[in-house]
Ligand binder design. Structure first.
Ligand SMILES: [Zn+2]
Length: 415
């Protein structure tokens, strides 16, 4: 093995090393441009420079490592993921995709491809510090706008100031945009769910990122005494909400691929001996088909009205988010499947229920993702893990994929 090669065990060790750069001493928490991000940048920069890449941190705080192609004016392929984390995070969500990208450069062992490879470590994907995700990738597609730059964290610090505090210049954000000769974006990421494990497949080819609807609902009934109000004279908002929550679960169980969740329930006044007069609920609905998702949301709204009517209550609904599904590039998806096969695995086509940077990049360039099986489906938790054999397969798949793309006239003529 060439001394430059980075094996699966080293990839895992590097992820664990980066997990120690944290805002919290007890666990991993690394939000947008927090001090430990500087240490992460320093480590990854050293790894990339040792492979002959040139590294810069763009004005949105994204790490950009450029490994030249041949000829020097060759177009570029982006490979990356995010470097920020949720609070009390695991070591692999996001970071693994960047570390695998470095391992792929290492595997080239100095070979130049007909495209340059730019390794991208996004500064922000999770939305923890500013309550708004994808700050890093939005800069690449030119959507890091004033509205977002003025958004403040819990301490009243705007994104713009956080960028300055890190020693970067907000006025240079336009220079973070994608070069016009960018061919595509690839992202390796842990699945963060149980699907690949249940299918006994190490790797998945993501064909779409699910669209999402988020709503707020309020059932308005009448508060009254729990002891003196007979059952037939009640307008119980909790009972109405409970009936509706069951309907949400029932619908999702009967529509293939649909997931629907009521994640928050708040009853008022919230006392043991008082019939609740008001219940606030949230609804989260996801599907790879926008048509199926929108129909499900319409059905559930109708159902809430029917339940409210029958029980003599009122119901209000408010839409908080209506985000369309994003298809991954079909050519890249089929190339990924082929590369997974060549690595000796049966590929598994799947939909990502979670949002990812790939969905932002897909606004402007072909994008695709490769998922790695996640033991127990556990993520956003210190117990998050990945099997060394699966990382090995991911690297193998990545190397095949790079070589396929390098010899594909269809791919190379895409800029
Ligand atoms: Zn992630």
């Amino acid at each position: 093995m060439s001394p430059r090669l980075v094996g699966a065990e080293q990839v895992i060790a590097r992820c664990q090393q980066l997990a120690r750069f944290s805002e919290d001493s007890a666990g991993t928490r690394r939000t947008f441009l927090s001090p430990p991000m500087r240490e992460v940048h320093r480590e990854i920069t050293a790894w990339l420079q040792a492979l002959g890449a040139t590294v810069r941190i763009d004005a949105a705080g994204n790490l950009r490592g450029y490994y030249a192609g041949k000829p020097s004016a060759a177009p570029r392929l982006l490979i990356g993921s995010h470097l920020d984390t949720v609070p009390n995070a695991g070591a692999y969500d996001g970071v693994l995709g960047v570390v695998i990208a470095v391992a792929l450069l290492a595997a080239l062992d100095g070979e130049k491809l007909p495209f340059a490879i730019e390794v991208v470590g996004f500064s922000e994907e999770e939305g923890v510090r500013f309550g708004e995700p994808f700050i890093g990738s939005r800069a690449l597609v030119g959507r890091l706008d004033d509205g977002l730059l003025n958004r403040q964290d819990a301490n009243g610090i705007p994104v713009r100031q956080a960028i300055k505090d890190f020693g970067l210049a907000p006025k240079e954000i336009p220079e973070a945009r994608l070069e016009t000769n960018t061919l595509a974006y690839l992202e390796f990421h842990i699945e963060q769910g149980p699907v690949l494990e249940a299918a006994a497949r190490p790797l998945g080819a993501v064909e779409a990122i699910a669209g999402q609807s988020r709503l707020k609902l309020t059932f308005l009934g009448r508060s009254n005494h729990a002891g003196t109000t007979p059952m037939h004279l009640r307008h119980d908002a909790v009972a109405a909400a409970a009936e509706w929550i069951s309907a949400v679960e029932h619908l999702a169980q009967n529509v293939p691929g649909l997931v629907a969740t009521v994640g928050k329930v708040e009853a008022k006044p919230g006392a043991t001996n008082v019939i609740a007069g008001e219940v606030l609920l949230t609804l989260d609905v996801r599907h790879s088909s926008d048509k199926v998702r929108v129909r499900a949301v319409d059905d559930l709204i109708r159902k809430s009205e029917e339940i409210a009517d029958r029980r003599g209550l009122k119901v209000h609904q408010g839409v908080m988010l209506d985000q369309a599904a994003v298809a991954m590039d079909p050519f890249l998806v089929s190339q990924i499947e082929e590369a997974i096969r060549q690595a000796g695995c049966e590929p598994h086509r799947m939909v990502s229920g979670a949002g990812h940077d790939a969905m932002i990049l897909a606004e402007q360039i072909p994008a695709a993702m490769i998922f790695l099986r996640t033991p127990g489906g556990i993520s956003h938790d210190p117990a998050e893990s990945v099997a060394v054999e699966d990382v090995e397969k991911a690297i193998e798949c990545g190397v095949h994929l790079l070589h396929h793309l390098a010899s594909s006239p269809e791919f190379l003529k895409r800029t």
